[in-house]
Design a protein around this ligand. Structure first.
Ligand code: ATP
Ligand code: MG
Length: 162
């Protein structure tokens, strides 16, 4: 189904705004005013982005920020245009040796296992699965004690001008 990713992101912000406020984390959004269409199952995309955003809020200390950004990018390597949704935080970061493992089911890095707050380690596995079924993928860049950026890529639909 054709959905406007901007609407999905606005819904996501609505769902998480209060959590950010509770934790005194600034949720900064750079969401376009324009319509950006994607062909997706809305609930699955919402679930994937929610898992990523909850992680960003969870693994960032109070006083930090989480930025949500969306744009269209041309990927030379795939010769195709994609909608890119970036979720950036200035939280704990992820050690380099953990990066290849975080999408595995039930994997939780030491720093999070040590935390009292539960978590099953399924959040990223589900997010990745939901993006894969839409022919997209997730990239992650992270630096310990600096922060993490997850980028979600979804195939873009051609822009229709009326
Ligand atoms: P849950 O099933 O409740 O989501 P979880 O958050 O531990 O549990 P995932 O969401 O799959 O599981 O994340 C896996 C691991 O990746 C986390 O335990 C954490 O170590 C690391 N991680 C994920 N996102 C971030 C982030 N934004 N900043 C730092 N570490 C992260
Ligand atoms: Mg999680």
């Amino acid at each position: 189904k054709t959905e406007n990713i901007v609407m999905i992101l606005n819904q996501l912000v609505e769902k998480t705004q209060f959590l950010a406020e509770d934790k005194h984390i600034c949720l900064i959004t750079h969401i376009s005013e324009e319509v950006i269409e994607v062909s997706v199952e809305k609930q699955r995309i919402l679930q994937a982005l929610y898992n990523l955003l909850i992680n960003a809020l969870h693994y960032t200390n109070q006083g930090g920020y989480v930025k949500l950004h969306v744009d269209r990018v041309y990927r030379q390597d795939r010769q195709n245009e994609y909608v890119r949704i970036m979720i950036e935080d200035n939280g704990t970061g992820i050690p380099e040796e953990d990066l290849p493992l975080i999408f595995n089911r039930f994997y939780r890095a030491d720093h999070s296992r040590a935390r009292p707050s539960g978590g099953t380690g399924l959040g990223l596995a589900i997010a990745q699965q939901n993006i894969f079924v839409h022919h997209g993928w997730i990239e992650v860049h992270s630096e310990v004690e600096k922060g993490t950026t997850f980028s979600v890529f979804l195939p873009a639909l051609p822009v229709v001008r009326e």
